[in-house]
Design a protein around this ligand. Sequence first.
Ligand SMILES: Nc1ncnc2c1ncn2[C@@H]1O[C@H](COP(=O)(O)OP(=O)(O)O)[C@@H](O)[C@H]1O
Ligand SMILES: [Mg+2]
Length: 262
Amino acid sequence: MADDSGRRTVGTAPLVEIRGVTKSFDAVRALQGVDLTIEEGTVTALLGDNGAGKSTLVRCLTGVHSPDGGEILFRGETIKLGSPDDARHLGIETVFQDLGLIEDLQVWQNLYLNRELTRGFVPLRVLDKKQMIANSATILADLDVNVPNVRATVRRMSGGQRQSVAIARAANWGTTLVIMDEPTAALGVRETAAVEKLIGRLRSNGVTVLLVSHDMDQVMRVADSAWVLRRGRTAANRRMADTTGDELVGLITGAIAGDAGA
Ligand SMILES: Nc1ncnc2c1ncn2[C@@H]1O[C@H](COP(=O)(O)OP(=O)(O)O)[C@@H](O)[C@H]1O
Ligand SMILES: [Mg+2]
């Protein structure tokens, strides 16, 4: 569906609305009243210089941090996310900037962390290790991830491989919203292309994606629209069709004055 400005208007409300969200860490005012919306079924980029508040906002959206003030609405209803489990129950999955993998576990164990498959019936239920290992190999193959063995321990993997495992986990479980905080920062050209393809695939499947990225070419390639944060405030919102990489860089640095929220 599209309104007369051509904007995608799936449903009656955006998937996520952030209204006046604030978050401080002692004296650091990381978020000083952020307003933004994420339209359902789109790829929305979240841009901003280092320290602008992107990761803090991502953590508020995934139940890691509780905002000090403001509101988060999901499908039009105010929600309180007390933990990552709350976000998970809404189908929100995140690739955190620090990846959130457990180093001493194997790849398949990380993919199934907190959602282990079991077989049999209580009280004889057992972990279905064989199935999880087989599924993990399929999940990674589908993503074109270069991890030779799903039984490898994460500790022994390269940065790119770890990043791919974290992305595979979020993409596999995220049914509503997949949030990626700088997902390709550690990846090579081929792996980056695979992640961009995956983002396109999630979108085709109706999954909404929030993408934090510093790569303007990537943002121009994969996003439908972008929000720019500057020093903890919303500075601008652009549809990709109406902007350029240069304009986005200007909005990020402040060389171009913002116009939204702030
Ligand atoms: N857990 C924390 N404790 C203290 N300060 C933090 C914490 N997380 C973020 N900050 C501070 O909040 C600001 C925004 O950080 P962040 O959200 O990581 O920005 P970005 O992801 O846009 O680079 C920075 O000044 C950062 O140092
Ligand atoms: Mg960050």
